[in-house]
Every structure is written in C-alpha cells, then in structure tokens.
Design a protein around this ligand. Sequence first.
Ligand code: FE2
Length: 282
Amino acid sequence: MQISPLTPGLGAEINGVDIRRLDATAINTLHRSLLDYKVIFLREQDINLDELQQFSRHFGELTQLPYIKPLEGYPNIIRVLKEAHEVNMGVFGGDWHSDFSFLEAPPRASILYAEQVPAVGGDTLWIDMAQAYRALPREQQTLLQGKTAIHSGAPYGVTHAPEDSSRFKGSIQIERNNPQADRETRHPAICRHPDSGELLLFVNPTYTIRIDGLAPAHSDTLLASLYQHCTRPEFSCRFKWTPGSVAVWDNRSTLHYAVNDYDGKRRCLYRTTIAGAAPRPA
Ligand SMILES: [Fe+2]
C-alpha cells in the first residue's frame, strides 16, 4: 500500500489495494490512515453493492438514514444521484455539513463509491475541524467551552436551492416531515474525538441552528464567524472523483461540501453510513 497525503494535514490517497481482498494488516492500515488523515481515497475499485457493504463493515456497523429512501434490497445504501436533466436546483450535501449531525448519535464515518461522474466538475471538499479548532483565537475557544449547539435536520441536506427547498424534486429520494429530522438535538460545540483525543469544533452551517444560551443575534454572528474561520483553504482538501473512486471520511472531525457545478452531466455515487455514538464534550 502506498499512502499519498493530499495536503499536509487532511486527506490521503491510498494506492495498491483492492478493497474486495483486505487482510488484517491492510484493514489496520486503513483504520490508522483514517485516524491520521480523516478522509482517505481509493481509486479504480471495481465493486458491486454487496462488496461496497462488505468493505464498509470494516469501519463499523452500517446504519440506516432517517429521511432518505434507501436502494431497493439494500436498506443501508443510498444512491446520491443527479441526472443530466436536473439543472438549476440545489443538490444533496451542497453546503458544508457533517452527515446527520442532528441525530443523538451522528454517524462516525461515511463512505461514497463513485459509479459515474462528470469528466470535470462534481468534486467534494472536506475540512479538518480539529485543525480549525486549534487555530481559533483563544478567546473564541474559551467562549465556546461548555457551550451547547442546537442542531436540526429540517433542511434535509438540500441547501442553495433556487426555490423553496420543500419543492426539491431531485433524484435523491428525500422523505420530508420526518419527526426524527425535524426535532432539535443538543451537542457540545467543542467535542473530544473518542479515538484520537483531539478537540473538535462541532458545528456546521447546514444543520446547526444556534448556540444555546446566547441571544439570537449573538449566536448568528458567532456561528457566521466560526464558519468563515473553519472554511479557510488551509484546513481543506478537495477530491476529484473518477469512476471507481471510494472515499471514507471521519464524520466527527470533518465537514464536507458537494460542489454543484456540473449541470447537464449525470453524477451517480453510492453511499453507506457507519453508526456512531453521542459526541463527547471536551
Ligand atoms: Fe454529506
């Protein structure tokens, strides 16, 4: 296996591995790399959906998602699809977020497998929320210590839609008015990663709606300044998909963003999600 970091801090491509045939050493290396680089990429994997599930189980127990209709016969797989004719609309995951942060126990990891992607466009970006936390001014770190952030699934993962997002009719099958998504959940704004021990900023512009205990205007200003800070290019990496690419990311310590710049082209990926635990306070 050859590990090539994408940036000094975040993201690594791992070559020389067939994810259908992994021995204990290879699995250990993948786990270690995921902890070290937070998102890992494997290219040119020729797998079917059963093999995607099998590979995903190396990272933990697969979980079902609360408001997206899974693939028929595969309750733990969703299709992340935008057809070529779906133009001028929002896209699932089209703003910074960690997957399903509004759940009591957000996923520990997510996995995407690219079946068909545009020759150019449709990249995904990640940011490292541990690095973002460490680079925060001391007074903001102090202000956030012990604070609780409120998350809600109400945007259903679709942002920047030109019309009212409730009229979103994209290919991804979103079931709205889902009580599990619509309710509010409380998580520490600063968490400790259960495996690495790193401190993490755990807020995101898609699902975090306010910081508890602050006046609404203060909460809005603080969150806006945190988002401006954590989305600095220094904390990010960007991946250009090719057919057969697989990405595995740590969903506790990163945010990601699906770039919606490929109108007129079909993009089809398959996604599995690994169950997690309630975030631990710092
Ligand atoms: Fe996502």
